[in-house]
Design a protein around this ligand. Sequence first.
Ligand code: SAM
Length: 346
Amino acid sequence: MHDIVQAYYGRQLQHSDDLRTSACCDISQIPAWLKPLLGRIHPEVLSRYYGCGLVCPPLLEGRRLLDLGCGSGRDVYALAQLVGPTGEVVGVDMTDEQLAVAEKHRAFHADAFGYDNVRFVHGYIERLDELDLEPGSFDVIVSNCVVNLSPDKDAVLRGVQRLLKDGGEFYFSDVYADRRVPAAVRNDPVLYGECLGGALYWNDFLSLAQRQGFADPRLVTDRTLAITDPELAPRVGNLRFFSATYRLFKLDGLESACEDYGQAVIYRGSIPDWADRFVLDKHHDIEAGRVFPVCGNTWRMLQRTRFAAHFDFIGDFSRHYGLFAGCSDDLPLEPARNTEGSSACC
Ligand SMILES: C[S@@+](CC[C@H](N)C(=O)[O-])C[C@H]1O[C@@H](n2cnc3c(N)ncnc32)[C@H](O)[C@@H]1O
């Protein structure tokens, strides 16, 4: 599978528009605050973007970040501006041609930003322990449409666990299916390269994350992917695909379910660009200044991470009240009401 993927992203694709599932980079989906950052990125890097989501969580200044499958570096160069001169972003990729583009424009970006805080490393995301990366040294690890391409996803998450600091998070966008992908789709080289064949059934992903020590994966955003290519659509049949962004915190003590200890938080409104609300995930849109009841896991995700200084915390773990109301095992990814015109790339 590595060879197929390297050939696809190294030689076959030259430009985002060459993807056959649907085009990404719909300018209307890019938040206003990100546009000036992308405006400073070299056009050749932008033109080779194959991501399927937004991997820029808040509060990154001064942090150490790692981008798994960084490609030609669009996200690395965007994140480099968010971490600033005191932070660092390392990009890992296995495809020489992609890394060559990223490296080629490094001086251009150092000049545009006024500092050089990025590093690109050739390597496989299943074998992160072979790279010169110190265990427990990253605040945030991101990835944009890459994990689905890996033949050993357990190894990827194991490596992520090893490299994250305590309280750090894996914040990544990827493609998921509404059921297990049948062998005919999985073994189709084009569907695999297009990030569909290797996509995990969403519930298998949740099990995998839990198996690798991420007890409570949080879905941040999701959208339905439209397979509009007339040759590819019949090959996927009734399968439905989603692009989704999850955040996985490395935290001891997270429980497999949301348990109620009668706790609550109040958001101070102090995170830059998030004065009115802080969105932890799809179910936690926390308005500033308001008492917001939370389960024990959410409490830990806010109290033992870089977000702690921005919240007041009410309660403790001394009393248990059962399962936190509103937790559900249903399909977390929402089928789009109207998929026409929806797009995502990988
Ligand atoms: C769909 S592209 C996404 C690239 C980049 N994240 C972006 O948003 O433009 C997938 C990238 O992941 C890299 N990749 C896929 N599998 C990999 C693996 N097992 N180890 C390292 N890199 C991998 C490919 O070389 C390619 O650059």
